[in-house]
Design a protein around this ligand. Structure first.
Ligand code: DX5
Ligand code: ZN
Length: 226
């Protein structure tokens, strides 16, 4: 199971250093949490395309950037994030009207397409699009901030997607990646890896925990391999 840092809980006055430490710790994929001050319950604003463009310029072309759009108008604004340099756009199924159109638009623009579900959202809303999706993200916290507690009740949903994706792969279909996001730390990383998660987003568990990013990453990785 891969680990990708969310920079949401970083000190934004030292973001370049934080990103550099993540890269030197061997990270090659960064998760960017975009909130528009409207869609998430606590109405937070985080950052938008301008910051993402600076991050892309700082990093160069090889680091994979995904943007988790927690916004009311992803279908109108997704291209700003593509132009800013992201490789994958992950949109909330709860906030979009026409998933098929968005997915094909993203693919025509040369980037990957993902859908994300809140903890209480039924997987049946996303399963019909699975064969066209590069990634499905299951939220294990309610979107809006980092540092929240993990919600184990998403186990059932993760396993539903795991078996649907395995079936899809076994019949020659797309290897859709399965991602989880929220409250992942060294004490539960192995649990979600055993559920069949391909990529876990870790924010505060990497950036705001006691050790360096590299130490925290090693601790999480060894907890998975124990
Ligand atoms: C929450 C974000 C998550 C969050 C993860 O709305 O989508 O990516 O930043 O942070 P932790 O790992 O601290 O829960
Ligand atoms: Zn996120």
């Amino acid at each position: 199971m891969r680990i990708t840092p969310s920079i949401l809980t970083a000190d934004f006055t030292r973001l370049g250093d934080t990103i550099d430490s993540a890269i030197s710790a061997g990270i090659d994929w960064i998760h960017l949490d975009v909130m528009d001050g409207n869609w998430v319950v606590n109405k937070t604003i985080t950052f938008g395309p301008a910051l993402i463009r600076s991050i892309r310029e700082h990093l160069g072309p090889d680091i994979f950037l995904d943007c988790h759009l927690m916004v009311t108008n992803a279908e109108e604004t997704w291209r700003q994030y593509v132009d800013a340099g992201v490789n994958l756009v992950i949109a909330h199924i709860e906030a979009i009207e026409n998933p098929n159109t968005l997915i094909s638009d993203l693919h025509s623009a040369g980037v990957q397409a993902g859908l994300v579900l809140n903890p209480s959202t039924d997987p049946a809303l996303v399963l019909p699009y699975l064969s066209d999706l590069d990634l499905v993200l299951v939220m294990s916290v309610i979107p809006g901030k980092g540092g929240q507690s993990f919600m184990p009740e998403v186990e059932e949903k993760v396993k539903t997607f795991r078996s649907a994706i395995d079936e899809q792969i076994n019949s020659g279909g797309r290897n859709t990646l399965l991602m989880i996001d929220g409250g992942i730390k060294s004490h539960n990383a192995k649990l979600v890896a055993d559920w069949g998660i391909d990529i876990a987003v870790v924010g505060s568990g990497l950036i705001n925990s006691k050790g360096t990013i590299s130490e925290n990453l090693d601790e999480i990785r060894s907890s998975i391999n124990d």
